[in-house]
Structure formats: structure tokens, C-alpha cells
Design a protein around this ligand. Structure first.
Ligand SMILES: [Zn+2]
Length: 179
């Protein structure tokens, strides 16, 4: 296979980014409705701020860092104060609507059936383009939990992060060609 020039790879990525963003935006409405139903069933308040924070995270094709989220939020709500935003993030995390990717210190939305996951889950993270793919495989998390128990190790983090590169333009790009 011929190596892809970096510019071409970049262009390809931008196109796939735009597509991913469109997909994310159309999926966001469904997820918001789903989140609303879950909150009602759990008897917790899905306030306009919590809803807006979730929407902004869902609309991104990539995980969002807290300060980027705050900057985005302040476009919609100029008076939004960081403590309120952090409380909303914590709420959304507790409800299982978003997850924190610790290695990236960023947040990503949980989609579809992943939203009702209570326990650990696994996420593949592309270290080049930062795209994430959730793995719906509770048995793997159970296995790790079991081994942790055997070793007398208490797990704290609810997401197993697997780092690598996604197939396609990221895999074809020479190492160091992109951040
Ligand atoms: Zn990638």
C-alpha cells in the first residue's frame, strides 16, 4: 500500500470528522430524550444546565476536556460558573450519561444501551485522532474485577481504557505525523 501524504490523511480525517459530528448531532437528540426518561424514572432532576452540558458533550465527535466544555458552555450561557458546570458533569457521570477518560482527562457521552450500564465498561481510544469506541462487553470488565479481587486490589475507575490507533487514515499515517 502506498503511504498517504499527510495532507491527504488530514483532509480525509476532516471529512470523517464532519461526518462524525453530523452523526453525533442527530444521535444527541435521541440520547437526550433517553436521558430525560431515565432521570424521570430515577426521580432525579434533569435541569436545563445538566441537559445543555450533556448536549454539548454529545455533539462533539471527540472527548471534551472540562475547560473546552466550559468555553463552549459560556457561548450559550455567558454567566455559567465553573462550580455549577463541574457539578453538572459529576451528575451526568453518576447517572452514567457520560464517562471520564482518565488518560485524556476528557469526557465523552455514553450512547444507546451503554447509558444504562452501571458497572465497568471498556473504551478503545485512538491516540492519534482521539476518536473513541465503546465496547459493550461486560464480561471483560467482570474478568478484570475478578482478577483484581483475587489480587486483593480494589478497582476505582469505572472505565477500562485501551489505547491504540483506529484503522484507516490513522493506521496509515507515519508515526509522529500527527499529534
Ligand atoms: Zn484515529
Amino acid at each position: 500500500m502506498l503511504p498517504v501524504p499527510p495532507q491527504a490523511a488530514q483532509g480525509e480525517r476532516m471529512k470523517s470528522d464532519a461526518k462524525a459530528a453530523t452523526r453525533a448531532a442527530s444521535g444527541a437528540a435521541d440520547v437526550l430524550r433517553h436521558a430525560e426518561r431515565i432521570c424521570r424514572a430515577r426521580g432525579v432532576r434533569f435541569t436545563p444546565l445538566r441537559r445543555l452540558v450533556l448536549m454539548l458533550i454529545l455533539q462533539q465527535a471527540r472527548p471534551l476536556k472540562a475547560y473546552d466544555l466550559l468555553a463552549l458552555l459560556q457561548i450559550h450561557r455567558p454567566g455559567a460558573a465553573p462550580p455549577a458546570v463541574y457539578r453538572s458533569i459529576a451528575f451526568l457521570q453518576r447517572q452514567g450519561f457520560i464517562r471520564k477518560l482518565h488518560a485524556m482527562r476528557a469526557y465523552t457521552g455514553c450512547q444507546g444501551e451503554h447509558m444504562v450500564h452501571e458497572g465497568e465498561s471498556a473504551v478503545f481510544i485512538c491516540t492519534r485522532c482521539r476518536r473513541t469506541i465503546e465496547l459493550d462487553q461486560p464480561s471483560m470488565a467482570d474478568l478484570i474485577n475478578l482478577q483484581a479481587g483475587r489480587l486483593g486490589f480494589a478497582m476505582q475507575v469505572g472505565t477500562i481504557e485501551i489505547h491504540g490507533t483506529c484503522m484507516g487514515s490513522c493506521a496509515r499515517e507515519p508515526a509522529g505525523g500527527h499529534d
